[in-house]
Design a protein around this ligand. Sequence first.
Ligand SMILES: C[S@@+](CC[C@H](N)C(=O)[O-])C[C@H]1O[C@@H](n2cnc3c(N)ncnc32)[C@H](O)[C@@H]1O
Length: 214
Amino acid sequence: MEFIDPALLAYCQDHTSPEDDILKHIDRETHARVMMPRMLSGQLQGKTLELFTKMLNPSVILEIGTYTGYSAVCMARGLSRGGKLITLDINDELEEMVRGFFAKAGLTEKIDYRLGNALELIPGLEGNFDMVFIDADKINYGKYYDLVIDRMNKGGIILADNVLWSGKILGNTEKKIDKDTQALINFNKMVQEDPRVENVLLPIRDGIMMARKL
Ligand SMILES: C[S@@+](CC[C@H](N)C(=O)[O-])C[C@H]1O[C@@H](n2cnc3c(N)ncnc32)[C@H](O)[C@@H]1O
């Protein structure tokens, strides 16, 4: 489901800074060699993440769900000197390719890429976070939120992708609500009712929930 008229979407893309050769390369290789290339953030969301990072100036970002590294490259590019991005993914089959992309982008110093189940890796990470991007399995969004919320610095931002789930969160079709959709409905409600944050659901691409720790 497209959320805005395709012509308007094209207009938005035409008026957003274009991808450079590295991001074009990641996009092309992902589409040519990897399953489910739709998971990649893409130009509009990637630039949004880069600019959010530049505005927030975080020291530490945690990304849950690296995939082929497109969003990681965008956020790492927004970091100031000394800032770092920890990015986690369970899929080790993509490791060589992803490390190659980070090297090509000149970002190996800024990106700490770790493989494993994020539910197990996060408790072992040291320190707090200034920005977290949740973009892994939808069923565990609530658990990821619970794992990071008390480790967010004051004013820190949690971003969660795909919270509109192609519109399925409205539950207004004949079909039974599936587990991922229900998990996202629960997640959005949980954030909305959490007194520890102020939040806005941005209708960018498939929806980004932004929650700021008070
Ligand atoms: C939507 S993709 C991430 C897209 C990426 N952030 C981007 O914008 O280009 C989701 C990723 O989450 C990973 N994932 C799923 N379950 C996970 C888990 N329990 N721990 C860590 N990563 C997980 C998948 O392997 C997949 O690569």
